[in-house]
Design a protein around this ligand. Structure first.
Ligand code: ATP
Length: 466
């Protein structure tokens, strides 16, 4: 997407010419003819231009007054002023307000392009810093919400770990308990925050491509390997690699991963030389890895390397008091996203939320809040859309009909009473049931792989026969 540049200029022809010139330099140039229009664009329509090119004196006032308001509101972007009568006091005020440059009219277009290019570089750097800062706040250890002892121990562990340069860590817990959130907190509030965070779900990687995806490949190293490609491990260089569902990683690749952690070296598929990598690995699992080690399905050396630091996130049903902190935060988030104003949660809702078992943990609570906030008619959290403890999520099998002799259809409500996750769960549950809970057969029917299906089976806690 092109960066936005705002031109504030009351001389229409000159403004149009400036916009055309800037558009030819790859800008999305927008023109305002006076300060009131510019103010509306900036404050009401949240235009967020990277650079503003403004005349100093406009029919409705001095542009420096607008810049002052913009700075007071903490809006970024570089401002360049153009003026026919540049006086010293004005240029001093412009520089005090942090204007990027102050040019006298008429200004040669070539010179203007050079100044604008400098302003663009500076504004981009500022924006990157601001984004990093916002991510840092969003993923501070305090964003792991909950008053329970388990949640406060997790927060304590997260803030300790984000101060030390660890190379491996294992997070365990059921699906939806917040393992991914913990990994993001550790990356964004740790010493590697300015490096990349690469998230990989091992269960979602196709088995035959897993090695090339993780470690990259050289051109022609296998059928379909067109060019040379950096793998996900290499992409995480200088930052963090978050491996979700680590238990799904094949034994052979576990050995390569261990080498990457211990010797900081990897080899691309088909490559003849080793490459250096500097990564921090956070692995998550909802399996009992010790058992997989005992079964010989997971390497003991990799397990011990990662389990030096461990974080266990307990299921929500064992810390239901956390719902008291999570619910208001989630309501506030979805209120803000949807423009709703839920202000009150009736005691009966609290009671039902507290007596439910939450097999999908915080993710399930989050989905429920999203649904209820979106469907609410007023300021009260609606009990009607809770759908807790309903016999089966509102899915129903249609009776057999002439057009559909085997009754092989499934009806799902699309009135918002089911989240996408609940629909996926209902579909998988039903197709598994119809195929005697056989994973291979069900994967064939749904046109997916066993690995992808097994991941979802674990995610939703479904019953399978193999
Ligand atoms: N303690 C918490 N405070 C705030 N939000 C939370 C908390 N725990 C989980 N969440 C939120 O719940 C959702 C699910 O959490 P997350 O994706 O981290 O779970 P997970 O354990 O990684 O699940 P999976 O094993 O299925 O990948 C996310 O939106 C996350 O931000």
């Amino acid at each position: 997407m092109a960066d936005t540049l705002l031109v504030i200029e009351d001389e229409r022809l000159l403004g149009a010419e400036l916009c055309a010139e800037m558009a030819s330099g790859g800008w999305d140039a927008v023109q305002a003819f006076d300060l009131a229009e510019a103010e509306r664009m900036l404050f009401e329509r949240n235009l967020e231009p990277l650079v503003v090119l403004s005349d100093m004196s406009l029919p409705d006032g001095n542009a420096l007054d607008l810049l002052e308001k913009v700075r007071r509101r903490g809006i970024g972007g570089e401002w360049i002023f153009l003026t026919a009568y540049g006086g010293v006091p004005e240029s001093v005020r412009a520089l005090k307000l942090g204007a990027f440059d102050f040019l006298e009219k008429p200004c040669e277009l070539e010179r203007l392009q050079i100044v604008v290019a400098g302003a663009r570089r500076s504004a981009r750097a500022q924006r990157r810093l601001r984004d990093e800062e916002q991510r840092g706040n969003r993923y501070a250890p305090e964003s792991f919400i909950g008053r329970s002892r388990a949640a406060s121990e997790a927060r304590d562990m997260l803030s300790r770990l984000s101060r030390v340069p660890f190379s491996g860590l294992l997070i365990s817990g059921e699906t939806g308990t917040g393992k991914g959130l913990a990994a993001r907190i550790l990356h964004h509030s740790g010493p590697r925050a300015s490096g990349p965070l690469i998230e990989v779900n091992c269960a979602a990687l196709p088995r035959e491509l897993m090695e090339a995806e993780l470690f990259g490949h050289e051109a022609g190293s296998f059928t379909g390997a067109k060019g040379r490609r950096r793998g996900l491990v290499e992409q995480a260089n200088g930052g963090t690699l978050f491996l979700d569902e680590l238990g799904e990683l094949e034994l052979e690749l576990q050995a390569k991963l261990l080498k990457a952690i211990e010797d900081h070296r990897i080899r691309r598929v088909g490559g003849d030389r080793e490459l250096e990598v500097d990564i921090q690995i956070i692995a998550a699992t909802n399996q009992v890895l010790e058992q997989r080690v005992a079964e010989g399905a997971f390497r003991a050396d990799l397990y011990h390397r990662l389990a030096v630091f461990r974080l266990e996130v307990p299921a929500l049903r064992t810390r239901k008091e956390d719902i008291e902190d999570l619910l208001p935060v989630l309501i506030e988030e979805f209120n803000a996203r949807s423009g709703q104003r839920i202000e009150r949660v009736p005691p009966s809702v609290w009671q039902r939320l507290k007596s439910y078992d939450w097999p999908g943990n915080v993710r399930e609570l989050r989905n429920l809040v999203e649904r209820c906030v979106l469907l609410a008619d007023g300021p009260v959290f609606p009990e009607r859309w809770l759908h807790l403890g309903d016999p089966s999520p509102a899915a129903a099998t249609e009776p057999a009909s002439g057009a559909n002799p085997e009754g092989n259809r499934l009806c799902l409500p699309v009135d918002g009473s089911m989240s996408l996750d609940e629909m996926e769960r209902a579909i998988l549950d039903e197709v598994l049931r119809r195929n005697a809970e056989n994973v291979s057969q069900t994967a064939r029917v749904l046109g997916t792989t066993r690995e992808k299906l097994r991941y979802r089976v674990q995610k939703y806690g479904l019953k399978v026969s193999d």
